[in-house]
Design a protein around this ligand. Structure first.
Ligand SMILES: [Zn+2]
Ligand SMILES: [Zn+2]
Length: 106
């Protein structure tokens, strides 16, 4: 069986609903509230999944990473943060960077 998830069309994730869609048909969209954010490949093509469809994805497909959906996940321009298992804004000051900056200016 093909281990890669069929990505199909570009999905609108702004509503943070599950993007599982058998046959890539709009009428088959799951549409349940998403619980998981999945990065399918190294290009970080990503999708959202509810709990049952996350379980199905784990059982059937290979993917790069996943994390619990947070408020940033559907925002445009956010980055996938592998270490902290969430999405972040690129300009969000991280604690270590802020600490380093203070040390320099002191
Ligand atoms: Zn679903
Ligand atoms: Zn995310």
């Amino acid at each position: 069986m093909d281990p890669y998830a069929p990505l199909g069309r570009e999905m609108d994730t702004s509503g943070q609903t599950c993007t599982h869609s058998p046959g890539d048909e709009p009428s088959n969209d799951c549409g349940k509230k998403a619980a998981w954010h999945i990065a399918w490949n190294a290009a970080l093509e990503n999708g959202l999944a509810c709990d049952p469809h996350m379980a199905e994805a784990r059982a059937r497909f290979v993917f790069v990473d996943s994390h619990r959906v947070g408020p940033e996940c559907a925002m445009p321009g956010t980055l996938w943060d592998f270490n902290n298992m969430r999405c972040i804004y690129p300009d969000e000051p991280t604690a270590p960077a802020a600490a380093a900056e203070r040390t320099v200016t002191a």
